[in-house]
Structure formats: structure tokens, C-alpha cells
Design a protein around this ligand. Structure first.
Ligand SMILES: [Zn+2]
Length: 115
């Protein structure tokens, strides 16, 4: 379950994003952008997050996960397309020479602090 290591990183990133003057405020939500190529399962991500955020300002925070689709550009005809299946070739010219544009990201987009 690689979600555990990722959850630890998210807690680290989110904690460093809390402004000093808000250090005593609870974090209500953490908004994540997760590319589909990361193969993260949202349910296990939430579970791991709830475990590793214990005894931190992030305890009890809601984890909002926005999934980013996998998009690519063809190296031959320069078409841009979204990859929905395991077919990693250009839908226009069938070239296998494609470059992934998005789908690998794993970022903390923002955090929401309690009032
Ligand atoms: Zn093509």
C-alpha cells in the first residue's frame, strides 16, 4: 500500500503550508490534486491520511481528492488526447510515440483552516 508513504508526505506539505499566525487553528480540509497515473485509491488514501495525521494540526481534516485525467501529446501528429484505457497510442495516427502531459501529479492544491 504505497498510499501510506504518500499520506506522510501530504501531512508534511500541508503542515508547512499552515501560516505561522494560524498555527493554533485546526485544519478543516486538505485539497489534493491526484493524477490517475499515480494509481492512488481515494479510499485507502483517506484511511492512511487519518492514521498519519493523528496528533498533528491536521487531525480530523477532510481530504478532498480531485482526480486529474491522463492526457498526452502525439510525437508524430502532435494531437493531444485523453487516455481512458490502457491503450497508450495516438488515437489519430496510432503512433506509440506519445508524451504524457498530465496524470502524474500529486499536489496539495490548498488547505482550509477552521474559522
Ligand atoms: Zn498521432
Amino acid at each position: 500500500m504505497h498510499e501510506m508513504g504518500i499520506a506522510l508526505r501530504i501531512v508534511e506539505i500541508a503542515r508547512s503550508a499552515i501560516p505561522k499566525e494560524a498555527a493554533d487553528r485546526a485544519v478543516e480540509a486538505v485539497n489534493l490534486k491526484v493524477g490517475k497515473l499515480t494509481a492512488i485509491v481515494p479510499e485507502s488514501m483517506r484511511f492512511c491520511f487519518s492514521v498519519v495525521s493523528r496528533d498533528t494540526p491536521l487531525e480530523g481534516a477532510k481530504l478532498n481528492i480531485e482526480e486529474i485525467p491522463v492526457t498526452a501529446v502525439c510525437g508524430d501528429c502532435l494531437a493531444e488526447f485523453t487516455i481512458e484505457s490502457a491503450d497508450f497510442s495516438c488515437p489519430k495516427c496510432k503512433s506509440p510515440d506519445i508524451r504524457i502531459l498530465s496524470g502524474r501529479e500529486l499536489t496539495v492544491a490548498s488547505i482550509e483552516l477552521a474559522e
